[in-house]
Design a protein around this ligand. Structure first.
Ligand code: NI
Ligand code: MN
Length: 235
């Protein structure tokens, strides 16, 4: 049993553990960095951090085709069941921040994020979230979602993180400087930068950022190309 993470470009991620597939923020159609297309995406569980189009993405069509369960904050979970989406209630989880649920042995907790969450049709999407996921092999992964730096990342770090997935793009989220400070608060074993180089306003040099992380922290940075992945080694 092992847990593997693949970056599909922008904030889209695929985590595989114990035969289960978790797809996060599946913005593939219209994503210039996407490494797969929506009609080939596979998922048992789809997680959506917040309502923006570059995160909700193809979640509805992928859920309908694969039968995946979709989880997001309560407001987004209601929208997913509304007119034009109509996901069945039994296939939707709608917890709120601080709350968690278990899906096939994978524990998922919603964390705070400082950002917006309006849905693509202008509907209210509640408050944006991050996720702390604990996989059956004990590997714990934090996806911060789109967020600014915040001091309570230290509390999230206290849970003991194997991997933190952080935006470094700047403009819409924290940039490289604050993402290094986030690593210092979270103290994960590994860190994976995302939400950069998709569009011109979020162009960043991830290799240079990784050098800073190596120099200033005890965390090992993993820089991937869209489509690439790595297996998270047990401690
Ligand atoms: Ni956003
Ligand atoms: Mn975004």
């Amino acid at each position: 049993m092992a847990t593997r993470v693949s970056w599909l470009g922008h904030s889209a991620l695929l985590l595989e553990s114990d035969g289960k597939t978790v797809l996060i923020d599946p913005f593939l159609t219209g994503n210039p960095a996407a490494s797969i297309t929506a009609d080939t995406a596979n998922a048992d569980l789809i997680l959506i951090t917040h309502g923006h189009g570059d995160h909700v993405g193809d979640a509805v069509s992928i859920a309908k085709r694969t039968g995946a369960t979709v989880a997001a904050n309560y407001e987004i979970s209601e929208w997913l069941q509304g007119p034009g989406r109509e996901l069945p209630p039994a296939k939707v989880h709608g917890p709120q921040h601080g709350g968690s649920f278990t899906f096939d042995g994978i524990r998922v907790k919603l964390t705070l994020a400082f950002h917006g969450s309006m849905l693509p049709d202008g509907s209210y999407g509640g408050n944006p979230a991050g996720f702390v996921m604990t996989f059956p092999d004990g590997i714990r992964v934090y996806d911060a979602g789109d967020t600014a730096l915040f001091g309570d990342m230290a509390l999230i770090g206290e849970e003991g993180l194997d991997l933190a997935i952080l935006p470094i793009g700047d403009y819409y989220t924290m940039g490289p400087e604050d993402a290094v400070r986030a690593v210092k608060l979270l103290k994960p074993r590994f860190v994976l930068p995302i939400h950069y180089n998709t569009f011109p306003p979020i162009a960043q040099d991830a290799e240079r950022w990784a050098e800073r992380v190596l120099r200033e922290t005890n965390t090992k940075p993993i820089v991937l190309k869209p489509g690439d992945g790595f297996e998270i080694p047990r401690a």
